[in-house]
Write a protein that binds this ligand. Structure first.
Ligand code: ADP
Ligand code: MG
Length: 504
């Protein structure tokens, strides 16, 4: 080859490489722009401006009223819990609780000092439920639970000076769907969470437990059957009479509040005609066309075990926030080569990204987002991300968490408004004054659950939405307070309220 030809070939090669580089840059740029467009679309579709939140508050108020008027008319069940008496702080004595709702269950003992003396002593034991019992028979399950309870009681010896033959009072938190017939009875509608025990569906779970305790020779009486939301309300109430609302923000979400009986038309044949009643809203199933749902949420719903149900929960609670983020990142990876030319295999796995992961991605305050790089690497095996990519990952987490938090804040405001309206309608002068102006008296919202407890940004966004919706002045009267262990201590407190002694 002559020198001239070689030079030409070299020049052509250089041009080729340059062209490739330019083409790659153009592709990168177009991908990047596409990624930004996807993000922008998601941001727009899931936006929660004030006006939208107001529409959601109003829609929830309508659903609340429908649910209180009749059965099966609302997306929210608005269940009558039969709890019309809550702890005052004066309770005295030793009470027990059983918290049964998953593969672990707890037994607790609480000694109450009476007259604002508070909790003198508390003990609990966490027990593992052998997996064969989750798919065994009704008798096996309740015999096991009763015998663990009996062991717990026998280990206390004479420490509490309880007469040997005294019947102990037990509050039970049973976190499966039950149709409650009274404070201390409820029939199991169906098992969830991997339980498939034969012979329990349609039966009164309290009767079943009570019978097992008799078989075991344990003198214990189930005084109250509750869910974790109601337990949280009781736990909060023990400390302050200003607690009117309880909210769970954990794996799932739910809320309950103290309603006036005359605002519950469906309580027709009730003995009780006045006073208050705790309503378990089951707000996770709240649904409205105003909810800011995206195509990603629709797809998540379709792939879930309960499509069409728990719409609110799927936007708000800890079980889903990580999965929503994963689905959006996967879309970015597939459609805009967001993590390079190949889609990271781990990113295709459902629920691999947890809400605690989202929390640590979101709250990385290092300038180069080292925590984000680490989490992406450890959880999704995505390495060598640029700072710009990591910033977008944080942005995605922010959008998803902000939407969830603002929606749960709107739910709280809907209940606050409902409390106020019920007070006006009932003509309760004192309540009227307090809740109409929302001045003079505080309203406390007791909140429990891992999502609320461990995710400060979520808490901030939720609080901010409440302030936006009701205004600074009113918001100053509303206090949202973390309230721990309603399903344990709360249930024991309700056992005290509904003990044989307290309910002659
Ligand atoms: P459950 O709701 O199952 O009774 P918890 O109230 O303890 O249990 O809540 C657990 C849920 O809280 C987890 O499923 C998770 O979604 C959420 N969670 C736990 N830790 C964090 C965290 N650090 N950041 C955000 N969410 C968290
Ligand atoms: Mg819980």
């Amino acid at each position: 080859m002559s020198n001239g030809r070689a030079l030409l070939a070299f020049a052509a090669a250089v041009c080729g490489v340059a062209a490739l580089i330019i083409a790659k840059r153009m592709k990168d740029r177009s991908n990047w722009n596409h990624a930004l467009a996807i993000l922008e679309d998601f941001h727009r579709e899931s936006a929660t401006p004030l006006q939208r939140l107001q529409q959601i508050v109003n829609a929830m108020l309508v659903e609340m009223r429908k649910g209180l008027a009749a059965e099966n008319e609302s997306t929210m069940k608005m269940l009558i819990t039969h709890i019309n008496s809550l702890p005052t702080g004066d309770e005295k004595g030793v009470f027990y609780a059983l918290d049964l709702g998953g593969t672990n269950f707890r037994v607790l003992r609480v000694q109450l000092g009476g007259k604002k003396k508070g909790i003198v002593q508390q003990d609990y034991e966490e027990k593992h439920l052998p997996s064969h019992l989750m798919t065994g028979t009704n008798t096996e399950l309740f015999d096991y639970v009763a015998s663990e309870l009996a062991n717990f009681v026998s280990e206390e010896g004479t420490r509490y000076n309880l007469p040997r033959d005294q019947t102990r009072e037990l509050g039970v938190t049973f976190s499966f769907p039950v149709k409650q017939n009274s404070v201390a009875s409820g029939t199991l509608i169906n098992w969830t969470k991997g339980f498939a025990v034969t012979g329990t569906v349609g039966k009164d779970v309290v009767e079943e437990l009570q019978a097992a305790m008799v078989r075991r020779g344990l003198k214990m009486r189930v005084a109250a059957l509750v869910n974790d939301t109601v337990g949280t309300l009781a736990r909060g109430r023990y400390v302050s009479g200003d607690v009117m609302i309880a909210v769970i923000l954990g794996t799932g979400t739910n809320a309950c509040y103290l309603e006036r009986v005359d605002a519950i038309p469906k309580m027709k044949d009730a003995l009780q005609r006045s006073g208050n009643m705790v309503i378990n809203m089951e707000w996770g199933n709240f649904s409205s066309s105003f909810l800011p749902r995206t195509k990603i949420d629709d797809a998540l719903d379709m792939d879930s075990i309960n499509p069409g149900y728990q719409s609110f929960e799927k936007l708000v609670s800890g079980m889903y926030l990580g999965e929503i983020v994963r689905r959006l990142l996967l879309k970015l990876a597939r459609e805009a080569d967001f993590f390079g030319e190949n889609v990271p295999p781990k990113l295709t796995m459902s629920f691999i990204l947890s809400t605690p992961n989202i929390c640590s991605l979101h709250q990385d305050d290092s300038s180069d987002l080292q925590m984000v790089a680490k989490t992406l690497e450890e959880v999704l095996e995505i390495r060598g991300t640029s700072l710009e990519v990591r910033q977008i990952v944080v942005e995605v987490c922010d959008i998803v968490a902000r939407r969830g938090a603002r929606l749960s804040g709107s739910g709280i405001v809907a209940i606050l408004k409902k409390l106020r309206r019920s007070a006006i309608i009932s003509g309760d002068a004192e309540l009227h004054k307090a809740r109409l102006s929302w001045q003079g008296q505080r309203t406390i919202v007791a909140v429990d659950g891992g999502l609320y407890e461990h995710y400060p940004k979520y808490r901030e966004y939720m609080q901010a939405a409440v302030v936006e919706l009701v205004g600074e002045q009113t918001a100053a009267q509303v206090s949202i307070e973390f309230t721990n262990d309603g399903s344990g201590i709360g249930a024991a407190l309700l056992a005290a309220c509904y003990s044989e002694e307290a309910t002659p």
